[in-house]
Design a binder for this molecule. Structure first.
Ligand SMILES: Cc1cc2nc3c(=O)[nH]c(=O)nc-3n(C[C@H](O)[C@H](O)[C@H](O)COP(=O)(O)O)c2cc1C
Length: 340
């Protein structure tokens, strides 16, 4: 009800301005993010990767790129939070406008391009917060770092965030950073993950703490690429995969003029593709490998279906924009009862 009102006001603004305004408000006044009694947070603790998730529904990366509002997200009942993508140096991202709402389809197209204040700023904000839940930190490369040197950027970020992160996500699937998705190709992925694992092992020694490493992949991969990703993920010794990022395809959007905007599509039209990718990964990696399902989860049905397709945990972004905080509890309950 309250969110319906807030949303109708926010939706009168440009999509990115509404986003900024919400984050500025939550950063300053986290107590505004208090759930009504009827929508109490779902308490369904689950242990995975040696971490205790308050419930199975997390905030997906990209909504709070700079880690400004952790206390607000916890108050809204997220079971875990992933911040970022951050890069070694701050960068402005692509020219505006670069984020578009497609309300009829409950979708968003964005070509933000990793706009963020840099990894040091993120760590400073995290240090200021009281958040004590599971914190994923999602890392990427600066737009002007050549793709052949991408590993350098991931390693810089990994070293900086390792001690504070509950888990680290290696994002190789944004469609808005030139050639980034080439890192999903078998040889590139193997080389990158070898370097990351080697560094993570050294950091584990140094800090006396083992931080799990996850890799986030695109939905725009064919069966052969899925074979390779699953194989390399298992061989490399990383801890899990997140499927999926946004899609560069436009399923069912032929009549939608905004569909011609360049960028990644998220929300309801992405759900079948993201579910198919998740299911394909589960078939390939076996039962004992962590998978986080994300992409088009917008109600209890899609949440339960993603659990059924093999997701241990779920994340939401676009559904949260359209449905507000009630979505979190709805999905967390569906994920709780969902059968895997
Ligand atoms: C505006 C916007 C910005 C995003 N930024 C990031 C990002 O920085 N890093 C990332 O890994 N994913 C990013 N994503 C992808 C989401 O985390 C998620 O994987 C994708 O949107 C699919 O989930 P959804 O349909 O629930 O939105 C972004 C998505 C949107 C809509």
């Amino acid at each position: 009800m309250i969110y319906d009102l807030a949303r109708s006001l926010l939706f009168t603004l440009d999509a990115e301005r509404a986003h900024e305004l919400t984050l500025e408000t939550f950063a300053r006044l986290p107590k505004l993010a208090t759930l009504p009694f009827s929508a109490r947070a779902v308490d369904d603790p689950v242990e995975l990767l040696g971490l205790r998730f308050a419930n199975r529904v997390g905030l997906a990366a990209g909504l709070d790129k700079n880690g400004e509002c952790l206390d607000a997200w916890a108050r809204l009942g997220f079971g875990f939070v992933e911040v970022g993508t951050v890069t070694p140096r701050p960068q402005p991202g692509n020219p505006r406008p670069r984020m578009f709402r497609l309300p009829a389809q409950r979708a968003i197209i964005n070509r933000l391009g990793f706009n963020n204040k840099g990894v040091d700023h993120l760590l400073a904000r995290v240090a200021e917060s009281d958040y004590a839940g599971v914190l994923g930190i999602n890392i990427g490369k600066n737009f002007d770092t050549p793709i052949e040197r991408a590993a350098d950027d991931y390693l810089i970020c990994l070293r900086k965030v390792y001690a504070r992160a509950s888990y680290v996500t290696v994002n190789i699937s944004s469609p808005n950073t030139k050639n980034l998705r080439e890192l999903q190709d078998e040889a590139n992925l193997r080389a990158l993950l070898q370097q990351i694992k080697r560094e993570a092992e050294a950091l584990a020694q140094q800090h006396g703490k083992r931080t799990p490493i996850l890799v986030k992949i695109a939905p725009d991969v064919d069966d052969e690429q899925l074979d390779a990703i699953a194989r390399v993920a298992r061989e490399s010794g990383i801890d899990g995969l997140i499927a999926t990022n946004t899609t560069i395809t436009r399923p069912g959007l032929d009549a939608e003029p905004l569909a011609r905007e360049t960028g990644g599509l998220s929300g309801a039209p992405l759900a079948p593709l993201a579910e198919r990718t998740l299911r394909g990964l589960r078939q390939r990696v076996g039962d004992d490998f962590l998978l986080i399902g994300v992409g088009g989860i917008g109600d209890a049905t899609t949440a339960a279906a993603r659990r059924g397709a093999g997701a241990d945990l779920l994340q939401v972004y676009t559904g949260f924009i359209y449905r507000g905080p009630t979505l979190i509890g709805e999905c967390a309950r569906a994920a709780q009862s969902g059968v895997t």
